[in-house]
Write a protein of this length. Structure first.
Length: 368
């Protein structure tokens, strides 16, 4: 039976949308597969790793009748990618195998029953929904996600806190050494609710969302969240844990403030970083009136020194930071200037954007 007959790109684009979460090696073999479901000319593709599920729907799928099958997601994607752009592709299901035909190429892939494919169902009982543009939400993630921990034993740090409160949506991420906070206004008036998105969910959303004003529908359930945009629906479990009180981490009062061009500072730091110790990546920040020096050294006794003009009239300060943490924020904030605020060499520093109280970045100093 010719299950699907369509253009290569009609199948490849939605497959690439869902297959990002598919694990190559899984204890359950079916989780390495993608579910293809055809009804009329509508084709639905679904992938899951039990924690996250992505569904996307496309039209224009010809073929004989309706049906469903699961097949190795990565293999099918690599096959389609390797075929010429305008190839017409046929997926033929016979004897528990799926034949993929395009031009004079033939591939025969193993399948597993569609009925065995696990599905995540959103608990519709207690849900609340709000909307935001894809662009606004993507920018919110971009300003914070780099501060998530990667494999911390404090599992709740390996994710991103999303909080709705009234007409505000906040995002916070921390790995214990630095913390990024960003917020955006929403139209709905929401009862305060916190949720911790898993790291993988955040990275997938960042990959799939586009910088347009198209609507993103967010539905909150007790321990799940659903994001619906374009033809994609992403359902994710939430991390069950208590996120640190970020408001206590953000310094309330700082007495020394420096204003500097973001691009100038970033380029100086990139140059200084070349000679930092590979493991600790420490750079000394030496501040005096209207002058900022960056000094880096490594185990081979090599040294880099950069000096740039800044707007500063506060105390003389000599403090160390992980240069990677500073470059992360400079790379992800799209402003001409940044303000960098300090108390002294032993307390956290705060990076903000002049005239914008919707972004804050706290970074701990390090001994050099």
């Amino acid at each position: 039976m010719v299950l699907i007959k369509t253009q290569r790109d009609t199948l490849l684009a939605p497959l690439q949308s869902v297959s990002g979460i598919v694990e190559r090696r899984h204890t359950l073999p079916i989780l390495s597969n993608v579910l293809l479901e055809k009804q009329g000319d509508r084709l639905t593709l679904l992938a899951t790793d039990i924690e996250i599920q992505i569904t996307t729907t496309t039209t224009g799928a010809g073929g004989d009748g309706d049906g469903a099958v699961t097949v190795a997601a990565r293999k099918l994607q690599e096959i389609l990618r390797s075929l010429p752009d305008s190839t017409e592709v046929s997926l033929i299901l016979e004897d528990k195998r799926l034949q993929v035909r395009g031009g004079k190429s033939r591939f025969s892939l193993q399948t597993l029953p569609a009925d065995d494919f696990p599905r995540m169902v959103l608990n519709e009982g207690e849900t609340r929904q709000f909307e935001i543009s894809q662009k606004a939400f993507r920018h919110l993630l971009a300003k914070t996600q780099y501060s998530m921990a990667a494999q911390d034993v404090r599992y709740y740090l390996n994710g991103l806190l999303l909080m709705v409160d009234g007409k505000e949506l906040r995002a916070v991420a921390t790995d214990g050494h630095r913390l990024a906070f960003a917020s955006v206004e929403i139209e709905a008036d929401m009862v305060r609710q916190e949720m911790i998105l898993p790291r993988k969910t955040v990275l997938e959303l960042n990959r799939l969302l586009v910088d347009t004003d198209d609507v993103l529908h967010i539905t909150l359930a007790p321990n799940q969240v659903r994001f619906a945009f374009g033809s994609v629906v992403l359902v994710s479990k939430l991390i069950d844990g208590k996120f640190p009180d970020y408001e206590r981490v953000i310094p309330a009062s700082l007495r020394n403030h420096m204003t500097v061009g973001r691009q100038t500072l970033m380029q100086a730091m990139q140059r200084a970083a070349i000679l930092t110790n590979e493991k600790f990546r420490g750079v000394r920040v030496v501040l005096s009136e209207n002058s900022l020096k960056l000094i880096a050294a490594n185990a081979e006794q090599e040294e880099a020194q950069e000096e740039i003009e800044v707007q500063y009239t506060g105390d003389a300060i000599d403090v160390g930071f992980n240069v990677g943490y500073l470059l992360d924020v400079l790379n992800n904030v799209q402003s001409e200037e940044i303000q960098w605020s300090f108390n002294d060499a032993n307390s956290s520093a705060l990076v903000t954007v002049p005239g914008n109280d919707r972004f804050k970045y706290v970074v701990m100093p390090m001994r050099i």
